[in-house]
Ligand binder design. Structure first.
Ligand SMILES: *[C@@H]1O[C@H](CO)[C@@H](O)[C@H](O)[C@H]1NC(C)=O
Length: 146
């Protein structure tokens, strides 16, 4: 009986140790050189990402390891690889000149541009009535308008 409880305590210690040891590779963050994140868009919720896609998150560049949806870079799911810190800090200024505001009644083929909440959005597939940023994931946020 005594051995069993010792083993249990040992296992519990190991388990808590592995949780504590989780934090992301701080070292690689410090030793890598900074990259330009120009043209890379911010991570967005409600949008599916495929393997290899890059996003900016917390002023860092991240690359998708696999298809994912609502999986934050650096999160426990491990769907993203940290690439580098963005330097200079990316400026989110989309050119919205001549782009019409989103219209709920209109149908949009893939690649259509609209403005919504002072951001530029592009449709990733044919879409109608789904508002930019909603859970349909049919619109990609191209950043705040200049
Ligand atoms: C919105 O789209 C509908 C359907 O295409 C169209 O009839 C309407 O004129 C549009 N409204 C605006 C403000 O563009």
């Amino acid at each position: 009986m005594k051995y069993i409880s010792v083993a249990l305590i040992f296992a519990a210690t190991l388990a808590s140790t592995s949780v504590v040891a989780f934090p992301v590779a701080e070292e690689s963050y410090e030793t890598k050189r900074d990259v330009s994140c120009d043209g890379i868009h911010s991570f967005q919720t409600n949008l599916a990402y495929t393997s290899g896609e890059e996003v900016v998150f917390n002023n860092q560049l991240w690359k998708a390891k696999q298809w994912n949806y609502n999986s934050q870079p650096g999160g426990v799911a491990g769907d993203w690889t940290f690439v580098d810190r963005c330097n200079p800090q990316p400026t989110d200024n989309a050119n919205c000149a001549g782009v019409n505001p989103w219209n709920k009644s209109a149908a949009y083929p893939r690649g259509s541009q609209v403005t919504f909440n002072n951001h530029l959005w592009v449709s990733v597939q044919w879409t109608s009535s789904n508002s930019p940023g909603d859970t349909s994931g049919t619109w990609k946020d191209m950043g705040a308008c200049k």
